[in-house]
Design a protein around this ligand. Structure first.
Ligand SMILES: NC(=O)c1ccc[n+]([C@@H]2O[C@H](COP(=O)([O-])OP(=O)(O)OC[C@H]3O[C@@H](n4cnc5c(N)ncnc54)[C@H](O)[C@@H]3O)[C@@H](O)[C@H]2O)c1
Ligand SMILES: O=c1ccn([C@@H]2O[C@H](COP(=O)(O)OP(=O)(O)O[C@H]3O[C@H](CO)[C@@H](O)[C@H](O)[C@H]3O)[C@@H](O)[C@H]2O)c(=O)[nH]1
Length: 437
C-alpha cells in the first residue's frame, strides 16, 4: 500500500521504516531538511538500535522515500501524523501547534477516500476536532486515531511486533472502512496474533495517556518506597523483587532510582492533568501531581547524596557523571534525569564531567556549560565521586578494580541500582545508592 508518514522524529522515522519493511511503499515528510537529508541517505538522524540497518535496507530498495515537501503525500491511501506534541513552555498542557499545522497542510493534498491516522500523543478531544478539519476540507476522507506505544531503545522491535494495536474510529460506515484499511496496513503483526482494539476517538486517545500514567505511577510508587527505605534502613531493590514476584504486581517497571524522564512520561502526565482540569475532572487524576513530585524529589535526593558523600564540599569537587541520555540505548536527552542532576551539581560549583556512549552531542546542545568526555577512562580520571545516572551496559560491566586505579576517591553513587554493591565494596569503594542502605 502507498502510505505517507508526516513527522520523522523518534516515532515517525521508525514507523516509516518499519512500514516499508512490512512491504508498503512509504513516503516520509518532515520540515527539518537535515533530518530528511540523513534519512534519504539511509541514515538514522538519531541513535536507535537496529534503525540504521533497517533504513539502509528500505531506502536502497526504494520502499522508503523522504521529502520536505508535503505535496509528496499525494496519492497515498493512508497518512500517519507523527509530529511532536511537547509541553508548552508556559505551562503543563500539550502544544498542539505542530499537529494543527501538519493536518492543515496535509488536507490540501488529500484525495478521495483517503485516511488520515493520528499517532501523536494528544489530549482527549483532539481527534474529533481534527476529524472536523479533515471533513471540512475533504468530506469523503476519514480520520482515525492509532496511538503508539513504542519504547525508545526498542523502537524497531516494538513497531514490528507491538503488544497491541488500538484504532479510534467513527462509529459509522466510514469508521468500518478505516478499520479495514488499517487491518491491511498492519496485516503482518495481526497475522502474528497481536490483539487489536477498535474503539471511539476519546477512548483511543485516553488509552495512550492512561498507559503512560500507569507506568509513571508504578515507577513513582517504587521510588516512594525507596524514600521509606532510606529513612527506615530498608533495601528497595529487595522490596521490589519481593513484591514483583506477585504476578498481580509484576517486577517490570519497579526499578527504583533516579526516576523517569524522556520525551513522553513527564510531559504526558502533566498534559493529562491539564486536560482533565479543562474537562472539570481534575480530581480524578490529581494523584499524577504526586507521581510527578515523587519523581522530581529523586533528582534532588541524588544531588543531596552527592553533597553528603563529598562531605558538603561540592564546590571544586571533581564529579564524573556516567550517562546523559534519559535511558540506556537512546541518545535522547529530553527531560533527562541524569543531565538534570549533572547541571544541578555544576550550579553548586562541582567540576562535572559527563560521559555517555551516544548522547554527548544532544547533551552539549542542551547544557553547553558542562564538560563532556567521550573516552570513558579519561572521564573517570581524577574523580572525587562517580555518579552512575543512566545504566548503559558498558557501565554495568565496569571493573571496580580498574576504575579504582583511575579515580581520586573510590566513591560511587549508583543512581539506578544497576551495580553489584558487594563487587564494589569488596574493591574498597564507598558504594551508595538511592533507596538502599
Ligand atoms: N518518542 C517516542 O518514543 C514516542 C512513542 C510514542 C508516542 N510518541 C508521541 O509521538 C509524537 C512525536 O514524538 P517524537 O518523539 O517522535 O518527537 P520528535 O520531536 O522526535 O519528532 C517530531 C518530528 O516532527 C517534525 N515536524 C514538526 N512539524 C512538522 C510538520 N508540520 N510537518 C512535518 N514534520 C513536522 C519535526 O521536525 C520532528 O522531526 C509525540 O506526540 C509523542 O508524544 C513518541
Ligand atoms: O523501572 C523503571 C523503568 C523505567 N524507568 C525510567 O522511566 C523512563 C521511561 O522509560 P521507558 O518507559 O522505558 O521509555 P520511553 O521510551 O519514554 O517509553 C515510554 O513512553 C513512550 C512514549 O509515549 C511510550 O510509547 C512507551 O510505551 C513508554 O514506556 C526512563 O527515564 C527510565 O529510566 C525507571 O526509572 N524505572
Amino acid at each position: 500500500m502507498q502510505i505517507s508518514v508526516i513527522g520523522l522524529g523518534y516515532l515517525g522515522a521508525v514507523h516509516a521504516a518499519s512500514l516499508a519493511k512490512l512491504g508498503h511503499d512509504v513516503v516520509g515528510v518532515d520540515v527539518d531538511p537535515a533530518r530528511v537529508v540523513a534519512l534519504a541517505a539511509g541514515k538514522a538522524p538519531f541513535f536507535e538500535p537496529c534503525l540504521d540497518e533497517l533504513l539502509s535496507q528500505v531506502t536502497s530498495s526504494g520502499r522508503l522515500t523522504v521529502s520536505t515537501d508535503m505535496a509528496a503525500v499525494a496519492g497515498s491511501r493512508v497518512h500517519f501524523v507523527c509530529v511532536g506534541t511537547p509541553q508548552r513552555p508556559d505551562g503543563q498542557a500539550a502544544d498542539l501547534s505542530y499537529v494543527d499545522a501538519a493536518v492543515d497542510e496535509l488536507v490540501e493534498h488529500l484525495g478521495a477516500g483517503e485516511i488520515v491516522v493520528g499517532k501523536s500523543t494528544v489530549p482527549v478531544g483532539t481527534a474529533q476536532r481534527l476529524a472536523d478539519v479533515v471533513a471540512a476540507a475533504r468530506p469523503d476522507a476519514t480520520l482515525a486515531w492509532n496511538p503508539e506505544f513504542l519504547r525508545e531503545g526498542f523502537a524497531v522491535q516494538d513497531t514490528l511486533h507491538p503488544d497491541r494495536l488500538v484504532y479510534g474510529v467513527p462509529g459509522d460506515a466510514a469508521g468500518q472502512r478505516a478499520t479495514t484499511v488499517l487491518d491491511e496496513v498492519f496485516a503482518s503483526p495481526l497475522a502474528e496474533g497481536v490483539p487489536r482494539i477498535v474503539t471511539d476517538y476519546p477512548t483511543a486517545e485516553l488509552v495512550k495517556v492512561a498507559a503512560n500514567s500507569f507506568l509513571a505511577t508504578k515507577i513513582s510508587f517504587i521510588n516512594a518506597m525507596a524514600e521509606l527505605c532510606e529513612v527506615a534502613g530498608g533495601d528497595v531493590a529487595h522490596l521490589a523483587d519481593a513484591i514483583g514476584h506477585d504476578a498481580r504486581i509484576g517486577r517490570r517497571f519497579l526499578d527504583a532510582g533516579l526516576g523517569f524522564g524522556g520525551g513522553c512520561l513527564p510531559k504526558d502526565i502533566r498534559a493529562f492533568r491539564a486536560r482533565a482540569d479543562e474537562l472539570g475532572a481534575g480530581d480524578a487524576v490529581a494523584f499524577l501531581g504526586e507521581v510527578d513530585a515523587i519523581n522530581t524529589r529523586r533528582r534532588t535526593r541524588m544531588v543531596d547524596l552527592a553533597s553528603e558523600v563529598l562531605g558538603g564540599m561540592v564546590e571544586g569537587a571533581e564529579v564524573t557523571v556516567l550517562g546523559a541520555a534519559f535511558k540506556p540505548d537512546s541518545d535522547d536527552v529530553r527531560d533527562s534525569p541524569a543531565l538534570d542532576v549533572a547541571a544541578r551539581l555544576a550550579e553548586l560549583g562541582a567540576v562535572v564531567t559527563v560521559h555517555d556512549p551516544q548522547a554527548i552531542d544532544n547533551a552539549r546542545a542542551k547544557r553547553p556549560e558542562l564538560r563532556y568526555e567521550r573516552d570513558l577512562e579519561a572521564a573517570l580520571a581524577g574523580a572525587d565521586a562517580v555518579l552512575l545516572l543512566t545504566e548503559w551496559k558498558q557501565y554495568r560491566d565496569l571493573d571496580p578494580e580498574r576504575v579504582g586505579t583511575l579515580v581520586a576517591q573510590r566513591t560511587l553513587l549508583d543512581g539506578r541500582n544497576a551495580l553489584s554493591r558487594s563487587a564494589w565494596t569488596d574493591a574498597g569503594w564507598q558504594y551508595r545508592a538511592l533507596g538502599r542502605r
